[in-house]
Design a protein around this ligand. Structure first.
Ligand code: G6P
Length: 613
């Protein structure tokens, strides 16, 4: 969603803010803006990318040591200059940047309109700025800016991460969080604030993560932390472990390509320290305290959105076959609103790259209220989901900046494979032999992905043949059905080609009607239990003149003779196949999108972290 950045100290604020906004642009990129306190407060905002804002600002004077900046992903009101943040209250007393949604905005707006407030934009943020100002002015000098902010927030229903400049108190930034993340970086006589750590890491690695209902008042040499209800809090300073290289492109044309190529390393990082050196055991320290419950679980419910939901589906196949525990996989957004039946001894696993997805957070709360044990599988350390869950496992894939998720998916599937292995072993469903085989296969994955990546040129050549297609069908069976869904999602997200993922056998109940010589069909057909069946499905496609791009086990001559193109992956056990077969699909969609001239890292209308419902 939106990206927030702020600076207070002795340095020139603008260069820090604009660089921070560039780092945050993956969170939202329909418009951007800054407010800088110099001799007076200057505000610049612009529809479009951060570069468009920079071009506007460079024509002007932006000297000042305190400032805030924002990249927007529109919720209320179309992307335009007026709706871009920051928003200033009617009498200019408060300037606000905001990530999240004010749910009772229409009621608040009406009340303010009744009191002669006029609104320039269509945003909920402008209402918040005016609400704070109304409360402040009404108190007639009896309260300060911070009190006005806290009083206003006590009337707000919704989610927010906000940073505020107050005209009458220009030596401070006021920040508050409920639902949408904010991190404060502590420098030497200066503070940084941002919606995630990426703009902060190059300045300091000492940070404070705001919790829900926290309000921080930040001066250049002093920080005070309170609850909205005015209880004083002791800030908890943490150290960031992220390195700056991990948030730069390092010579790759796009973050997505870099992240695809990082997978051998990111998967090793996911199992590093968790698989015994002699490959005898998998240990997940984060689950230690819940293991007795997990081992006794009669049911596991996985909740997630987007690509993480696809990883959850792979998890269902893994846990059900390896550990024989029933698993249900739910979209968080459906789960939270459909009054799900949850038992106290259920284990709910929330999967999320960002750890901030609003629907998943809401679904976690419902599961917790029902007494279930809730675990998280997340990538971003210190994000909200790991803090809201009873226990969990970090994927340690490193920052994922490309909006289309790649290395986070393989890291999530790696964790789920480890969980399935541990549960299978403790349930005695896996014989010792299979347990060792699973571990051996898992540690071989990085090397096998390196092999796949060597064929990048071939993937690019095949992509060139299909870049103008208007539809794609992706087919897979068993473990490879979720991979088909993920392949189709990747293509849709970044190339805007319509694509559908289907269980291969279901094709004959509908999608087969679409097949003709213009329909590329990507079939994920590595050698596993359903190999013969999927070979028949390929024949069904060929009989209707469809073009088949098959992902096969290396050396597969049978499918090579049938398909139009084959992309080979090294031989593996079927439970490992999702981790390998997804890689050619990621590259296929990447190359097609690049050839179509699409903005691969920032596809239209999408956001990396969806902090609104
Ligand atoms: C957005 C992103 C996807 C991601 C999904 C879930 O739609 O663009 O890449 O899969 O959110 O996000 P999460 O952070 O919860 O995994």
């Amino acid at each position: 969603m939106c990206g927030i950045v702020g600076y207070i100290g002795d340095k020139d604020a603008y260069p820090i803010l604009i660089k921070g906004l560039r780092r945050l642009e993956y969170r939202g990129y329909d418009s951007a803006g800054v407010a800088i306190i110099g001799k007076e407060t200057k505000i610049y905002k612009k529809k479009g990318k951060v570069n468009d804002l920079d071009a506007l600002v460079k024509e002007n004077d932006v000297k000042g040591n305190i400032g805030i900046g924002h990249t927007r992903w529109a919720t209320h009101g179309e992307p335009n200059d007026t709706n871009a943040h920051p928003h200033t209250s009617q009498n200019g007393k408060f300037t606000v940047i905001h990530n999240g949604i004010i749910e009772n905005y229409s009621r608040l707006k009406k009340r303010l309109q009744d009191r002669d407030y006029k609104f320039k934009s269509q945003t909920d943020t402008e209402i918040l700025a005016n609400l704070i100002e109304y409360i402040y002015l009404k108190a007639n000098g009896e309260i300060d800016a911070e009190q006005a902010v806290r009083l206003a927030l006590s009337k707000v229903i919704g989610a927010y991460g906000i940073v505020i400049i107050a005209k009458d108190e220009p030596d401070k930034l006021i920040a508050a969080r409920k639902g949408s993340p904010l991190v404060i970086g502590i420098g030497d006589g200066e503070y940084f604030i941002a919606s995630d750590a990426t703009p902060i890491i190059e300045h300091t690695n000492s940070v404070i993560y705001l919790n829900n209902d926290n309000v921080a008042v930040i001066k250049k040499d002093q920080l005070t932390l309170k609850t909205i209800a005015h209880d004083k809090l002791e800030p908890r300073i943490q150290k960031l472990t992220m390195d700056i290289g991990s948030i730069e492109k390092n010579g790759y044309e796009h973050f997505m390509l870099k992240e695809i190529f990082e997978q051998p390393r990111s998967i090793s990082d996911t199992f590093r320290g968790r698989i015994a050196a002699d490959l005898s055991e998998i240990r997940l320290g984060g689950l230690h305290k819940v293991m007795p419950k997990l081992e006794k679980a009669k049911r596991i419910i996985i909740i997630a959105c987007g690509t993480s939901w696809h990883a959850g589906l792979v998890g269902e196949y893994l846990i059900e076959t390896i550990a024989r525990i029933p698993v249900e996989v739910e979209y968080s957004s459906e789960f939270r609103y459909r009054r799900p039946i949850i038992y106290k001894d259920d284990i709910v696993i929330a999967i999320s790259q960002s750890g901030e997805t609003a629907d998943t957070l809401a679904a976690i709360n419902i599961a917790k209220e029902s007494g279930a044990t809730v675990l998280g599988i997340c990538n971003v350390v210190g994000s909200s989901i790991p803090r809201e869950t009873h226990a969990g496992v970090y994927t340690h894939a490193g920052p994922e900046i490309g909006v289309a998720s790649t290395k986070a998916f393989t890291a999530q599937v790696t964790v789920l494979t480890m969980i399935a292995g541990i549960l299978g072993k403790s349930n005695k469903q896996l014989s010792d032999f299979n347990y060792s085989r699973l571990i051996e296969e898992l540690v071989e994955v990085p090397k096998k992905i390196e092999e796949i990546l060597k064929h990048n040129k071939l993937f690019e050549e095949i992509s060139a043949l299909y870049k103008d297609a208007t539809n794609f069908l992706y087919l897979g069976r068993g473990y490879l059905f979720p991979v088909a869904l993920e392949g189709a999602l990747k293509l849709k997200e970044i190339s805007y080609i319509h694509a559908e993922g289907y269980p291969a056998a279901e094709m004959k109940h509908g999608p087969i009607a679409l097949i003709d010589e213009n329909m590329p069909v990507v079939v994920i057909a590595t050698q596993d239990n359903s190999y013969d069946k999927i070979v028949s499905n390929i024949q069904e496609v060929k009989a209707r003149n469809g073009k088949v791009i098959a992902i096969v086990t290396e050396g597969d001559q049978v499918i090579r003779d049938m398909a139009d193109h084959v992309l080979e992956v090294p031989k593996s056990h079927e439970v490992i196949a999702p981790l390998l077969t997804v890689v050619p699909l990621q590259l296929l969609s990447y190359h097609i999108a690049v050839m179509r001239g699409c903005d691969v890292d920032q596809p239209r209308n999408l956001a990396k972290s969806v902090t609104v419902e």
